[in-house]
Design a protein around this ligand. Structure first.
Ligand SMILES: Cc1cc2nc3c(=O)[nH]c(=O)nc-3n(C[C@H](O)[C@H](O)[C@H](O)COP(=O)(O)OP(=O)(O)OC[C@H]3O[C@@H](n4cnc5c(N)ncnc54)[C@H](O)[C@@H]3O)c2cc1C
Length: 464
């Protein structure tokens, strides 16, 4: 049995600590905040519950697999996932369309052709999310995927090759790569499949809100025997020891679930020179005076007028002319036990470390634009009785210092199993990494799947 210290109780750290304790190791999980969850947090806005950070759960098979691997402790992780009726309602260039595209829409034949090819990959993508792609057992799934994309390596190159696809639909499919924080020319072709795979396997929200996920992970970690300590800010990570403001913890192995740049600081390394980062967000959470009209969907996506211009601005860290926005509507009593409807407006923003308020020109401009696109009479923020705004400065206060949600943006060839820093470097055999900045894709399935991949590698070398 090894003494393992896991640093950071976001989704990655919670999952990794539970898996390691379940395997028989003595695990301590250190979290500097007073609550677990990291970017997933529960807010009270004017007396109503709103969960901040991640809002949608995709690839529910990853959650099931995590619970399965946790054996008896997995029983403590029950949550009730509710499927949204569609992937989302998209607004682009005056067009409004849902995914999957309905049969009466002029883009339906193109969507059907696309979906017939990509939706069957849902099982392969899920299995690759929880297994090392370099593992021999991943080969059949990899082969099937490569047969679809051929020599077109990036999402952009692949989609541009589909000359039969209407341009508007192509842009709607392409912009999903921003969910991984970068443009379609920086992600592997595999990302092109995501909208069709999501339409097949569903987009889900836990009853009660997404914060039910860290709560369930904490219950499973506790059941597996993890010593969870909140309010413990780690100040130094070194071989054999993790130091906090209040003391120190002996460790045979350390698993960090922090942003890779934060880990470098805590190991006393010099900060890395400036480089391209993944995107950040300005997230507005509001309690509504009255519900929105019945035609407003649970999940709306408003695209920028010129996606390529947005990708360039985000890569340069500059304020874009306009951006991609999500609007998530929670009608009274539906997801949350709230009396009133609530809404989350998530604006994709550059990782500039800045603070933003409702009065910031970028925020005002975008809120007005998306309210118009959704067919509202006035600005959506005017319908709020109160709002909380989380911005790149906030995300930078505990993640990548400029607020980049998934850390540094990597070149295409470094995505997947070749990314740097690696999960594990033979020069520091005591240190392992999980979390959004080392798992390309970065969202809940990548972080949970990544924790499963990394802990099985660790356990192969260090059985309890
Ligand atoms: C606005 C927004 C919307 C999103 N939407 C979605 C979505 O709809 N679907 C989806 O799948 N994903 C979504 N994501 C992504 C998802 O939330 C993240 O990828 C995931 O939560 C990251 O988890 P993590 O464990 O890697 O990191 P984090 O959540 O950043 O956890 C890191 C933890 O480490 C702690 N920590 C930091 N420094 C220290 C220290 N020195 N000592 C101890 N602890 C420390 C932090 O307090 C934090 O708890 C969204 C993210 C945001 C911000």
């Amino acid at each position: 049995m090894s003494r393992i210290v896991v640093v950071g109780a976001g989704l990655g750290g919670l999952a990794a600590s539970a898996l390691l304790a379940q395997a028989g190791h003595e695990v301590t999980l250190l979290e500097r905040a007073s609550t677990v969850g990291g970017k997933s947090r529960r807010l009270d806005v004017d007396g109503e519950r709103i969960d901040s950070g991640p809002s949608l759960v995709t690839f529910p098979g990853v959650w099931d697999e995590l619970r399965r691997r946790l054996g008896a402790a997995g029983d403590a992780g029950e949550i009730e996932l509710e499927r949204l009726p569609e992937v989302g309602r998209y607004h682009f260039d005056g067009e409004e369309v849902t995914l999957p595209v309905p049969p009466d829409h002029r883009w339906y034949p193109a969507w059907k052709r696309f979906s017939d090819l990509h939706a069957p990959l849902a099982g392969d993508v899920t299995s690759l999310l929880v297994a090392d792609p370099l593992d021999r057992r991943s080969l059949p799934a990899l082969r099937r995927l490569l047969a679809v994309y051929g020599a077109r390596l990036s999402t952009r190159a692949y989609l541009d090759g589909l000359t039969w696809m209407p341009d508007g639909l192509r842009e709607i499919i392409a912009i999903h790569t921003l969910n991984a924080g970068v443009s379609p020319s920086q992600t592997p072709a595999l990302y092109a499949s995501m909208p069709a795979v999501m339409a097949e396997s569903g987009v889900w929200v836990p009853r009660g809100g997404v914060y039910e996920i860290p709560l369930a992970l904490a219950r499973m970690a506790d059941a597996a025997g993890v010593d969870i300590r909140t309010g413990e800010a780690v100040t130094r990570i070194e071989r054999g020891r993790v130091t906090t403001a209040g003391g120190s913890f002996a460790a045979d192995l350390v698993v960090t679930a922090l942003d890779a740049d934060r880990v470098a600081e805590l190991r006393g390394r010099r900060p890395r020179p400036a480089r391209a980062l993944s995107c950040s967000a300005v997230a507005i959470y509001g309690a509504l005076r009255e519900s929105l009209p019945a035609h407003i969907a649970a999940h709306s996506v408003i695209l920028p007028t010129k996606p390529e211009a947005l990708f360039r601005s985000l890569a340069a860290g500059d304020e874009p002319a306009d951006t991609m926005a999500f609007v998530n509507l929670y009608r009274a009593g539906e997801t949350y036990p709230n009396r009133r409807s609530t809404v989350a407006v998530l604006l994709t923003a550059p990782a500039d470390g800045s603070d933003y308020s409702l009065e910031h020109p970028f925020v005002r401009r975008e809120v007005d634009r998306i309210s118009r696109a959704m067919g509202l009479d006035g600005s959506i923020t005017e319908l709020m009785t109160d709002a909380a705004v989380l911005d790149p400065r906030y995300f930078g206060s505990f993640g990548e210092p400029h607020g980049a949600l998934y850390g540094a943006a990597r070149p295409l060839w470094m995505s997947g199993p070749f990314h740097r820093p690696a999960h594990h470097d033979p020069r520091t055999p005591w240190l392992w990494r999980v979390g959004a900045s080392v798992h390309p894709g970065g969202g809940i399935p990548a972080v949970l799947g990544g924790a499963m991949i990394v802990t099985s590698k660790l356990l192969a070398r260090h059985p309890a």
